[in-house]
Design a protein around this ligand. Sequence first.
Ligand code: AMP
Length: 420
Amino acid sequence: MTFKELHIIDPILKALETQGYTHPTPIQEQAIPILLEGNDLLGCAQTGTGKTAAFSIPIIQNLYKSNFQGRKKIRALIVTPTRELAIQIDDNISHYAKHTNLKNMVIFGGVKQAKQTANLRQGQDILVATPGRLLDLISQGFITLKHIEYFVLDEADQMLDMGFIHDIKKIIAKLPTQRQSLFFSATMPKNIVDLSRKILGNYQSVTIKPEQATAEKVEQAVYFVPKKSKIKLLTYLLQTNDVSSVLVFSRTKHGANKVVKQLAKQEIIAEAIHGNKSQTARQKALNNFKDGNIKVLIATDIAARGIDVSKLSLVINYDLPNIPETYVHRIGRTGRAKASGIAISFCDREERPYLRDIEKLIKQKIKVINEHPFVNDEEAAPTEQKQHNKNPRNQQRRNPNNRNRNRNRNRSNNSRNKRD
Ligand code: AMP
């Protein structure tokens, strides 16, 4: 199957050729015909599968073919949770729509609005937006959703995780009822299915299983290592492997900053990207990483969602995520589209249950690397337990016999008090 066989029009084919895309990915092959026919779509797929092109190409094609004359109005709206993802989608659309007369732009929060409102005034066909800034500019009268013909809600599960449900509902309420709707989510728990029902009319669905996207293409390995030795293992791996770009995942923003500082002590230059950093700082770090100026980027899950670095050679899970689907998202950063990649995870004692959940989801055992210098480092006991051990009263409390004994002692004290 080629893009030509999917009946993609010449201006888009020409743009795809420049990108080096000749054959559609599975989601594109399945979704494009559904969308070109004007149906609603429920897509269960993660980033890395080619879903951006799967929804943008038919929208561009349909808008182009409608041959709309007159002042430009926003006719397609794509709402996505993070700024990075929004920028990336807009960037892709600019490529695919290069040989059409369509105009597209992106809006997101955390930056001044003047440049965005100036661009809006010039008239646009396609708008990519994060929810907060979109509602803000609607309420200020810079945007109307009255003319929307195509609505895409991207990364719906992440939207809900980030607490955007009310914003999403407000946006939906402002959309015309007559429209084509597309709903994408990497996972489909009940609350996501409920949300999709509010958005979609009669729809067709396409599911690209995470296993397809990960297990087949990404080489995965796990190192069992005590928490305190993780930084040593990371330093060791970065120093002994000739890797060009490494994305390291940290569960917390604080953790990400700490890793950057600790690596700096070993003269490894890394930058962190997470929600506490300004949009400019995040974009600067990302560009430095994409351009190869820095080799190591430390990211939290939300900031890294949608990061598209074509030559990402290695993903390291410095912390294992407690939600197994997040693991799939993370390792999907490497091995994108047709490339293959490597994903390494560090797992301390407390994270073993997370590993089991992940293996259950991806239906495979991850290879354990037993040979590394820190394999025999002792695992520190969890802090809480250590404190308990030091405190004999806590030891007593944990023993049920002691508990009864204490209760009896208290009772007799009470009765003694009464007697006194
Ligand atoms: P996405 O899932 O939209 O984030 O896309 C993942 C990556 O695949 C991006 O780097 C795209 O540019 C790339 N890509 C999308 N479609 C194709 C295709 N048909 N052939 C090769 N690469 C593609």
